[in-house]
Design a protein around this ligand. Structure first.
Ligand code: SF4
Length: 465
C-alpha cells in the first residue's frame, strides 16, 4: 500500500520528454544497488545519465538515514543540490532512500525544494513516479508498503567499476540489536529467490564481471524466510555448479549467530568463494554484548573466530566494533581491547555509538562522553594499525592472484582476496621496465615485495589472462 501526497511545484510546464539524470548515492553498498535499479528504470524510460548534478535536468539523491552523521551528510547533500538547481526552476530534485522512510514528514515540510520524495517501498517505480510528478507539475511524495527488493532483470546498468559489483541477495533484518534502527525502517528479512540470484550472477559474469560481492543486512540469514532454514551454502554451491566462468564470489555482512560449520565448509570447499569472512562482532565484553542484544558471549565469539580459521585455510577476517555503548565502562573496554589484541583481525572498522530514536537501547540514554568514545575508537584503531602492519609484513614473498581496478601513473591498483572493494587496502602492482601495464578488470598473479600498514607492493609474475 503506497500513498501519494502533492502540492504546487514551481517551474511546471516543462517539456515531458525524458532528459538527463544524475545520481548521488550515500551510505552503504545496498544503496548502490538500489541506485543502479533506479538508473536502469529511468534509462529504460529514455533518461540519459549525467555525472554532474549541476548539469542534469533531474538529480536523484539516494540517502542514508542509519545514524546521525549519515543523516547530516544526506541533508547537506540535498541542500547543496537544491542550491545548484536554484537558477533553473525547471530542474527537479528527487530524494529517495532510508532517510525518506524514516523522516519523510521532516524532509517534505522543511525542504520545499524537494520535488519528489520516494521511500524504500516505491523506488522500483521511480520512472512512473517521476513522470507523474512532471505531468502534474506538483511536488509529490510516495510512501508506504514493504521495502522493495529488486529482481535481477530490474538492474541493467551498473555504476561501479565494470569488473566488480554488489549483488543484494536479501533486504531487511529480523535481528534486534539494541543500537540499530535498521529493522525499524527496512522491515522484516526477505530473501530473493535463488533462481533469480543465480540468473543475475550468470548475466553479470557473461557481461565480464569478475568479482561479485553478495550483500544484505545479514547475508548468513539467507533463505530463512523461504523455508525456515539458512540456505546460503546451497545458493553458493548452485552458483558454482550452474554459472561458468572465471570469477570471485565474496560474502559481506555475516552475522555471528547465523554462521555455522555448513557455511564455513562451503566457503572452504567452493573454488569461487573467496576465503574472506566479513562478520561484525561489535564487542567482546559479555555484559555489553548482552545489553546490545547480540545473543552471544565473548567466549563464544572467540570460539567462532578460532573455528573460522580452522575450517577455512588462509581466511581473511574483517570485523567491526562499536565503542561507547551505554553498558561500556573501562573494564568492558579493556576486555574489548584485549580481545582485538588476542585475535588479530586482518581488517577492522571501529564506530562510536550514537543514540538512535526507535531503537531498543533508546531508553539507556547516552552516558559515555563523546570524547571518551573517540579516545576508545582511536586506541583500538592504533592497536589495529600495529597488527595490520605486522600481518602485512608477513605477506612479503607470497604469491597472490589480484584483480586490477585501475591504472595510476606507473602502477596498477589492484586487490587480492583479502581486500573487499571500498573498505579494505589494496595492492600496488609496480611495473617492470619495458613491460606493458596489466589490463584493468583482469586477474594477474603477483609476488608481494613490500608492505605498509594496509597496502602491499607487488610485481607481476604471470598475466593470468
Ligand atoms: S544485524 Fe543488527 S546491526 Fe545489522 S541491520 Fe540487523 S539489527 Fe542492525
Amino acid at each position: 500500500m503506497s500513498h501519494c501526497q502533492s502540492s504546487a511545484r514551481s517551474g511546471s510546464g516543462v517539456s515531458l520528454a525524458p532528459g538527463s539524470v544524475a545520481f548521488v548515492t550515500l551510505g552503504c553498498a545496498k544503496n548502490t544497488v538500489d541506485t543502479e535499479v533506479m538508473h536502469s528504470r529511468l534509462a529504460a524510460a529514455g533518461w540519459r545519465l549525467e555525472m554532474d548534478p549541476a548539469r542534469a535536468d533531474v538529480t536523484v539523491i539516494n540517502t542514508c538515514g542509519f545514524i546521525g552523521p549519515a543523516r547530516e551528510e544526506s541533508i547537506a547533500t540535498i541542500l547543496e543540490v537544491a542550491q545548484l538547481q536554484q537558477s533553473d526552476p525547471r530542474k527537479m530534485l528527487v530524494v529517495t532512500g532510508c532517510m525518506v522512510t524514516r523522516y519523510a514528514d521532516e524532509l517534505w515540510n522543511e525542504i520545499p525544494e524537494i520535488d519528489l520524495l520516494v521511500d524504500l517501498a516505491s523506488f522500483g517505480r521511480i520512472d512512473r513516479l517521476l513522470q507523474e510528478t512532471r505531468e502534474t507539475g506538483q511536488r509529490q511524495r510516495y510512501q508506504g508498503g514493504d521495502t522493495y527488493l529488486y529482481r535481477g532483470r530490474d538492474r541493467k546498468g551498473r555504476l561501479t567499476l565494470p569488473h566488480t559489483t554488489y549483488v543484494k541477495i536479501a533486504e531487511g533484518c529480523n535481528h534486534t540489536c539494541a543500537f540499530c534502527a535498521i529493522p525499524g525502517f527496512k522491515g522484516r528479512f526477505q530473501s530473493r529467490a535463488p533462481e533469480d540470484v543465480i540468473e543475475e550472477v550468470r548475466s553479470l559474469v557473461a557481461d565480464g564481471v569478475k568479482e561479485l560481492n553478495l550483500i544484505s543486512q545479514d547475508t548468513s540469514f539467507y533463505g530463512v524466510d523461504r523455508g525456515g532454514r539458512r540456505t546460503l551454502p546451497e545458493l553458493l554451491r548452485r552458483i558454482d555448479e550452474e554459472v561458468e566462468g572465471d570469477y570471485w564470489l565474496r560474502l559481506l555482512y555475516l552475522y555471528p549467530t547465523e554462521v555455522d560449520a555448513r557455511l564455513l565448509d562451503e566457503i572452504a570447499r567452493n573454488p569461487r568463494v573467496l576465503p574472506y569472512v566479513d562478520i561484525p562482532l561489535q564487542h567482546a565484553a559479555d555484559s555489553v554484548l548482552q545489553a546490545m542484544g547480540r545473543g552471544q558471549s565473548g567466549d563464544r565469539l572467540r570460539q567462532l573466530v578460532t573455528e573460522i580459521r580452522a575450517r577455512i585455510p588462509e581466511v581473511t577476517i574483517r570485523t567491526t566494533m562499536l565503542v561507547g555503548f551505554p553498558a561500556e565502562g573501562d573494564a568492558e573496554f579493556a576486555a574489548l581491547e584485549a580481545f582485538v589484541r588476542e585475535l588479530r583481525f586482518d581488517n577492522l572498522g571501529v564506530f562510536t555509538y550514537s543514540l538512535e530514536q526507535g531503537t531498543p537501547a533508546e531508553g539507556l540514554g547516552d552516558p559515555v562522553p563523546e570524547a571518551l568514545k573517540e579516545e576508545r575508537r582511536d586506541r583500538l584503531m592504533a592497536l589495529q594499525e600495529r597488527i595490520s602492519a605486522e600481518t602485512n609484513a608477513a605477506r612479503v614473498g607470497r604469491r597472490m592472484r589480484v584483480l586490477v581496478d585501475r591504472l595510476a601513473e606507473d602502477v596498477a591498483i589492484a586487490r587480492a582476496a583479502l581486500h573487499a572493494p571500498e573498505i579494505d587496502g589494496h595492492v600496488r602492482v609496480l611495473r617492470r621496465a619495458g613491460t606493458a601495464p596489466p589490463r584493468v578488470g583482469a586477474f594477474v598473479d603477483v609476488e608481494i615485495i613490500d608492505a605498509d600498514i594496509y597496502d602491499l607492493d607487488a610485481l607481476v609474475v604471470a598475466a593470468a589472462e
